[in-house]
Structures are given as structure tokens and as C-alpha cells.
Ligand binder design. Sequence first.
Ligand code: XIL
Length: 355
Amino acid sequence: MLALNIPVRVYCLSVACALLLGCSATGVPPEDEEPEPSLRALAAERGLWIGAAASAGRLAAGGPYAAVLATEYNSVTPENALKFGPLRPSLESFAWSEADVLVDFALANGMGIRGHTLVWHAQNPLWLTEPNWTRAQLLGILENHIKTVVGRYKGRITAWDVVNEAVADDGSLRPSIWLDGIGPEYIERSFRWAREADPDALLFYNDYGAEGAGVKSDAVYALVQDLIAKEVPIDGVGLQMHVSTEWSPAEADVAVNMARLAEVGLRVHVTEMDVRMPLPAGASLLSVQAQIYGSMLETCLAASSCASFTLWGVGDADSWIPSHFPGYGAALIFDAAYEPKPAYSRMREVLQGGS
Ligand code: XIL
């Protein structure tokens, strides 16, 4: 059993209210007591977007998922639905339904939406990766993809991860269908096409392992500086923050990185945080996890540039970790039954200004 720091009764009241009232952020206080404010309500007071990655399948499956998502978060990132592979069954077609469900859900519940992601080396369809396209053909495919997808959600998706994980761990540009077929210019072209399609959307470069200090963080910084020098329309850097109870970046290094990005005029979003641990999850690792979530949230709140903090899933049953990191899991702040874990309480404390 996972430890609970929050009275379940209070939590259930707010979920029930959300279900009854179309997902109010705070629920209705019972006559004799104030409910504990949700993460969403606390984040709103701090001017922070607090988000979770979500899937249309989980929403359709029922259970507490939808109510927890809309009660505790004010931002949604489609976890897979907007990626090239899921969205493009063929060169001619777009499969919008799952992304539309998530966008409609977010708007109906007064939530922001982070679009993830337009250009990536992974989750691409075979019809794209198998043929030997010419450079001109690939440029055409990418331009059409970006303009169609960003254009469809113009005015609704507020921030896009335009380019995802273009930098390899050694700081070089990562080989991909885009780098190999187009050259490094695919990055700046993508940002320009996205800006043309929706001039008001915030455009991000997003990556993992670039949160704190190190070769990769420096390479990402150099890349975005270069884009700025070329007057490429980029608004920010997404720090994914997939970390573990065994390793997470030093708070001071993340603060320095956020500050240097702010100095060149960029925003920072924490875009995909989870804190995996070796299973089975015990009380001491849950407490380490809570401390890591809390310290990264504190660092974001203290940075003028950091306005959004998204977790990569709602509850532990939804997380990508067990299938991608065998033996690890329990990476989110709600457990597999959507009950809050110690990390949830810690995040609430941090949002309330506690130390
Ligand atoms: C992951 C999803 O969570 C999984 O469901 C999918 O099988 C693989 O991709 N970095 C990213 C995300 O930018 O898109 C990835 O999401 C996790 C790592």
C-alpha cells in the first residue's frame, strides 16, 4: 500500500464536486469545513500552469481519471495523440479524434493545452521513415504537417513543443529522418512554419537531460542562442525532467540554467516531470520522491522564467515508466488508484509557500 498524507474523505469530496459541477477547481465546501485546496487552485494563486500528460483512452475508460485531471491540473498535454505517428496514418490523412477529445476536454474545463510534439526522431510512421524521400519532398511533408496541425488548433493550443530531442547526449545533433534528410536547417524551418500557422502560440524547443548542468544542457543552450541570433521565432525551452529517486539534477544547477535561458529572453516550462523508483515502492523512496518533486517545483516557482510545470501522466497506472524502464515505476504523484502520494502533499506545501 502507498502511504497517504491527505485525508481521503476531503479528496473524495473534491472529486465528487468536480463530477457534479463540471469540474470546479475547488469543489463546494461542506458546511462544517473548508476542503483542502487542489493543486490547481494553489497553482492559480501562484500564477503557475500545473499540467499533466493525458490520453483520450484513459478519459473514455471512466473511473476517477477525468475528475482528478480537471480538479488538480489547469493544463493538459496530449501524451501521444499529437505525435507524427499516431496523428498521420498516411501521407494524405490526419487522425484527429484523440487529440480533439483532449483539446475539447481541456477547453471545457478551463485548462491550457501544451501541444506535443511536431518534429521528433521517434514515433514516426513507417510510410514516413521507410522511403528514400528527396530533401525537397521531406521539406514539403514537414511544412504541410506543421502548418496543418498548428493551423487546426490555432487559438486553442497555447504552447507547442515544436522540436523535440534534437540534441544527442554528447551534445551533437541527433541523427533522425529530419537531420539526415534535410540537414540542421529543419529546426529553424519548423519554428518559422509553426509561427506562420499560429502567430500567438508559444513555441518551445523540448528535451531531456538538459535540466541542470552538463554537456547536453550547454548544447541546448547553444542551439537556442543560435536560433535567437538567426531571428528564429522561439519563445522557450521545455525541460522534460524525467528523473529518478537515484538521480536528479541539483536544484542550484537547474536554477542557473533557468536563469541563463531567461537572460536570453526565453521562457522555461517543465514539460514531462516524473520521478521513477525501483519497485516495489517503499515509504522511504516515496519520501525521497516527494522531496525531489518539491525541490524542482520550488526551483520553478523561484525562477521568473518558469511558468508551467507538467507531470508525465495522472496516476501511476498511466505512466510510461514501467514499460520503458523495466523494474521501475511509481513515478507520479497519484498512485494506481488515483489516491494522492506523499509527493502530492509536498507539492501542495510548496505551492502554499511552506518549506
Ligand atoms: C512517451 C509516452 O509516454 C509513451 O506512451 C510512448 O510509448 C513513448 O513516448 N520524451 C517525450 C515523450 O518527449 O513524448 C515521451 O512519451 C517520453 C519521453
